[in-house]
Design a protein around this ligand. Sequence first.
Ligand code: PNS
Length: 159
Amino acid sequence: MSSAVYAGSFDPITNGHVAIIRSGLVAFDRIIVAVLTNTTKQPLFSVDERVEMIRDALDDDPRVEVDRFDHGLLTDYARGKGVDVILRGLRAAGDFEHELQMANMNRQLGPGIETVFISAGDYFFVSSTLVKEAASLGGDVKGVVPALVEKKLRDKFAR
Ligand code: PNS
């Protein structure tokens, strides 16, 4: 069975992430979505909330495992899961340089583990950071985030 790890802070998951996971499921039998818990940024949502929103967005698809990734290297996490592919999404060209650096660093850190990129397609303009900024200022983020995320953002920023 082919598997890939899709790691990130997912604070919160967006429709861009969902599109990448769904496309990833065309290429892989199973995807482990690993929520990074010790992000250097102060997260808006708790890990439990982020996991709940991911599960809800993917309708508890049995091909998707949602896990937490507490500390250490992503390559070590992947190896521990018996997976040798890291899945990453690419939005615009601006992502490319950083992503290429990470992919090469991860190849150095975890020989035998490869990074596979999938295009975010129509959601090339969506990021968790922009979504939070827009929602905090009263912007309508319907259509760019899953329904539960939209609701939770509304609750967080209710005035
Ligand atoms: O949501 P993000 O910020 O795009 O996720 C970045 C993530 C989690 C993939 C990256 O920060 C990561 O891999 N962190 C784990 C620590 C690690 O392995 N660092 C070396 C990466 S080259």
